[in-house]
Ligand binder design. Structure first.
Ligand SMILES: [Zn+2]
Ligand SMILES: [Zn+2]
Length: 614
């Protein structure tokens, strides 16, 4: 388990990102308020220029009706206002503007109030839109990054719920301290409108100057701005907290959290006192033992793990969700692409219909023309390729063109002179089908190189073919191709949660099927390669567990292996003596022919006895 300091740093980083967004919006907010305040000042100035007598406007003067030309001009202004207010979330102001528009008598005072209120309404509308966007973004980003950090930190991941529009709407409607941010913004607006009206009325009654009146209104705008800033900061903290909590629950491995006060520059007595305290997630109470504890609070929380719990084990044991390996150096965008942007990643189709349909094609096939079967399977798999049967050096091959970002598969070829039994020919057909299904998928050949890419593609093509053959109802044991690839890779894959329960080659192939045939089909092997590379493998050491079995069943295993390479049968006696040498050397330092033989026999033994992790 990673040390507590690691988790603190990761959690701070996630929270810090969000507060930086709040700070950026707060700056913008200040600019918007300054603009609105300036507009209000100008309206007052114009009003005084027109109607002031000796520098003041009496209430009686203010209450006079607009003249005919003034009214016409005011209506043009109203049209402009209505246009600008159109996108306001709250339709109330547009309605009020309409009502004023159709009145035949409007006082100077009402006209001025309308101009001032327009500024306040536009501000409130903009605050609604931007705050919604900010908080939605903060929630989503915190939620996913929290899960990402936990998965990366523990090395394992399990499927989790995505934040869709519906979830977001629900979350954004969450009440916090008896209200929610949207109601608070409208509430602020109402208060501001009322107070500006009152101050304006008082200014006329007291006969104050334009300058003084404008200053008083500006002062009140300033109070509103600091309310708005506090709201942005506090609601951001609230949604960081909610998203973190949701992320902890979704991770399936966090039961406890630690209170962390270090980001809180205004750290209050109460937050300082809470710093480092650990609580059960189930005891969480916002404002009491979970942030925010006060206005503008920047305290955050950290997942807390008891040392003795093996988190990876716990995720891997959860049978409801699919688990996967998350390498420590996987970036957030890689992770997000894989597990967020492709929904339901890793969930196996419960009734994998492609295989079911292939089976019914197989059953109705007269088992004569392989091309006929292959063409039907290719079509069923959504590929436009046609099978070609001709004399090629391999039992099967596909010509791939990885030069673009998505794979292009140009041919699907089977050997016309395949002398192996029916089961082997079908196995090869499915092996090539696996490669062929990479057509149109984005791949990482340019990142990991074609050699490594093809290596992994062959591991999974071969494993998949064993699975598919069994699914067709062919249960005879089949000696695999690519023995070295499989011997080196399957044991290491077995250490990953996805393959934890895979024992036979076909079991690995079932997972491989999902990689290439599910809705989230992939031709990207970099992450798996990375994971496999982290597990060391020593051929001689690994063989030990199977050596006795190979020794006791040597000839039968060699016969099985030769089924897949009948042209090698003439060397059977050489193989028998190679086997003696290999066994006597305890599989140490094998090379060439002897190594090749032992790899094949070892793989057969692994398939029969169960693949062990290295
Ligand atoms: Zn605090
Ligand atoms: Zn292949």
């Amino acid at each position: 388990m990673k040390p507590a300091e690691y988790w603190r740093r990761r959690s701070e980083e996630v929270a810090d990102r969000q507060f930086a967004k709040a700070d950026a919006y707060q700056k913008e907010l200040a600019r918007e308020y300054a603009r609105a305040t300036e507009e209000i000042r100008r309206s007052i100035e114009v009003f005084y220029q027109r109607y002031a007598i000796n520098g003041e406007v009496s209430m009686a003067e203010a209450r006079r009706q607009l003249s005919g030309s003034e009214l016409r001009q005011f209506k043009m202004t109203l049209e402009e206002f209505t246009e600008k207010a159109r996108n306001n979330a709250d339709g109330r102001w547009t309605k009020q503007l309409n009502e004023v528009y159709y009145r035949v008598r409007v006082s100077r005072y009402e006209a001025l109030l309308t101009e001032i209120q327009q500024q306040v309404e536009l501000l409130a509308g903009s605050r609604q839109r931007r705050t919604r966007k900010l908080l939605g973004d903060v929630y989503e980003d915190t939620y996913y990054r929290t899960i990402y950090e936990i998965q990366r930190g523990t090395g394992f991941g399990a499927t989790f719920a995505k934040v869709d529009q519906e979830t977001l709407e629900k979350v954004l409607g969450t009440q916090f301290a008896g209200s929610n941010w949207s109601k608070r913004i409208w509430g602020d607006r109402d208060k501001l409108v009322t107070e500006l009206r009152t101050r304006l009325a008082q200014a006329f009654i007291r006969g104050e100057s334009a300058e003084r009146t404008a200053r008083e209104l500006a002062e009140r705008m300033g109070v509103s701005l600091s309310n708005a800033e506090r709201l942005v900061q506090t609601e951001t903290a609230f949604f960081v907290g909610e998203a973190t909590f949701a992320g902890y629950k979704a991770s399936g491995v966090v039961d406890q959290y630690e209170f962390l006060a270090t980001l809180d520059s205004r750290t209050t007595e109460i937050c300082r006192e809470m710093d480092g305290k650990v609580f059960a997630l189930s005891e969480r109470e916002v404002g009491v033992n979970y942030p925010p504890l006060h206005a503008r609070c920047r305290s955050t929380v950290v997942p807390y793990f008891d040392d003795e719990i093996d988190v990876g084990e716990r995720i891997a044991r959860d049978e409801n969700g699919q688990t996967y390996y998350v390498p420590g150096d996987m970036t957030y965008s890689e992770w997000r692409n894989r597990y967020v942007e492709t929904p339901n990643y890793g969930i196996m189709e419960s009734n994998n219909s492609v295989i079911q349909r292939a089976k019914s094609i197989y059953e109705s096939w007269d088992k004569k023309d392989r091309k006929e079967f292959a063409d039907k399977i290719l079509a069923e798999s959504g590929l436009h390729l046609k099978a070609q049967l001709h004399d090629i050096p391999a039992y099967g091959q596909c010509r791939l063109d990885p030069s673009g970002t998505t794979m292009v598969v140009n041919t699907f070829e089977l050997n016309s002179n395949d002398r192996r039994t029916h089961a082997y020919q079908i196995k090869t057909l499915f092996h090539e089908l696996f490669h062929a299904k990479s057509h149109g998928l984005s791949h990482d050949v340019h990142q990991i190189g074609f050699r490594d890419w093809a290596y992994f593609d062959d591991v999974f093509a071969e494993a998949f073919s064993h699975y598919a053959v069994k699914e067709m109802g062919i249960f005879t044991e089949i000696a695999p191709s690519y023995a070295r690839h499989l011997v080196e890779t399957l044991p290491r894959l077995k250490t990953l949660p996805e393959f934890k329960n895979a024992n036979s080659i076909a079991d690995f192939g079932k997972v491989a099927f999902n990689y290439r045939f599910s809705e989230n089909a992939t031709a990207v092997w970099g992450d798996l390669k990375k994971a496999v590379d982290q597990v060391s493998f020593d051929f001689a050491k690994y063989s030990q567990a199977y050596l006795k079995y190979i020794d006791e069943n040597g000839e039968e295993l060699i016969d099985k292996m030769l089924e897949n390479m009948p042209e090698q049968s003439i060397y059977k006696s050489v193989m028998m003596s190679d086997l003696r040498v290999a066994i006597e050397s305890n599989a140490q330092g094998l090379a060439g022919r002897q190594r090749f033989l032992m790899e094949n026999l070892l793989l057969l033994a692994m398939d029969r006895l169960g693949v062990k992790a290295p």
